[in-house]
Design a binder for this molecule. Structure first.
Ligand code: NAD
Length: 313
């Protein structure tokens, strides 16, 4: 049976690039994009697209049957900063969308499931540097609580029902194609846009706020690699730590200055500072590297080059 993929939340920051990459690998007709909103974007216009609410179990089930879907990527969620503004809805969306696809996998309707977790599963009591795979995780945001609970449920569905679910704890992701969706690491995308348009950026975090980050191409490759790996190599069925680079706002500003010497940055921390302070500064991802061969490609200098070159266009 050939691979037929459904991406839920395909118009978002990750979904946009994931859909395009998966279509280039499996063929456009084998990758069905879906989202609650229908935007005028390539993901919608260049291949099969369905309007789908991730909270509607019956709608997901009928799409899976209609297209004979084998693999689902669930990318719909409320992100960290947005979730804090609407905790009850964030809990509903982030948990129930996951239960829907886990239950469809349990019922044998799909073969494989990808669900993203986040560094937000960690909290202020977690070791901040080189945060281990297995460590204290006491998240203090509703987003982090939903991701941590999601991880527990993924592992449970794997252990008890044999569901083939695979997951990564993404760090902050940086890309130029689609704007980020309301996370605490969004500054690391906004800063490039503002550097080019205004020559200056007011950062919502303090200058020494170091967080783990990753260029989108690395994240997409990791997502596809973990899904393509033989099942026996995926030894962790909650979620894998994944790392590439760590930097703070001052360091990214210094890197931008190498291209735009007059660029200036100011700091006006808001409610997101507290979220950032509760997260790791760097991540130990040796389990992902050992189990399924993860290796990152992009560093801060190369990513800055790519971001500025492409945003200029
Ligand atoms: P995003 O906010 O950019 O995109 C989410 C997409 O889901 C949007 O297109 C939105 O319209 C859609 N959506 C929202 N509610 C929906 C619903 N009820 N039904 C169907 N679609 C719905 O988010 P993203 O950055 O692409 O993140 C995708 C996943 O990766 C999320 O689970 C997020 O928590 C996780 N993640 C992202 C990052 C990051 O830096 N971007 C980091 C860690 C984890």
């Amino acid at each position: 049976m050939s691979t037929k993929i459904l991406i839920i939340g395909a118009c978002g920051q990750i979904g946009t690039e994931l859909t395009q990459k998966l279509r280039s690998i499996h063929g456009t007709d084998n990758v069905i994009a879906s989202d609650i909103r229908k935007l005028n974007v390539p993901v919608v216009n260049d291949g099969p697209f369905e309007v789908l609410n991730a909270l509607d179990f019956n709608q997901i089930e009928s799409l899976i049957e209609k297209y004979e879907i084998t693999d689902v990527y669930l990318m719909a969620a409320l992100l960290s900063a947005t979730a804090e503004k609407n905790p009850a809805f964030a809990w509903d969306l982030n948990m129930n969308s996951l239960f829907h696809v886990l239950n469809l996998a349990k019922a044998g309707k799909i073969k494989k499931l990808f669900w993203p977790s986040s560094i937000a599963v960690f909290g202020p009591t977690t070791p901040k540097n080189q945060t281990p795979q297995f460590t204290i995780a006491e998240p203090t945001t509703v987003y982090g609580i939903s991701k941590q609970s999601g991880e527990r449920w993924c592992e449970y569905y794997h252990n008890i029902f044999g569901v083939d679910v695979r997951s990564i704890r993404y760090p902050g992701l940086i890309s130029y194609t689609t704007l980020p969706g309301g996370g605490t690491t969004d500054y690391a995308v906004d800063i490039y846009h503002k550097a080019l348009s205004d020559g200056t950026y007011e950062c919502f975090l303090k200058e020494e706020t170091t967080m783990p980050m990753m260029y989108m191409d690395d994240a997409i490759r990791a997502t596809i690699e973990i899904m393509e790996a033989p099942a026996e190599k995926i030894k962790i069925r909650s979620s894998y730590n994944l790392a590439a680079i760590s930097f703070d706002p001052k360091e990214i500003a210094e890197e931008i200055k190498k291209h735009i010497p007059d660029f200036t940055i100011t700091y006006e921390p808001d409610f997101r500072q507290k979220i950032a302070d509760s997260w790791p500064a760097s991540i130990d991802d040796s389990s992902a590297r050992e189990d399924w061969g993860w290796k990152h490609d992009f560093d801060l200098a190369e990513m800055t080059n790519i971001m500025l070159e492409n945003l200029k266009k």
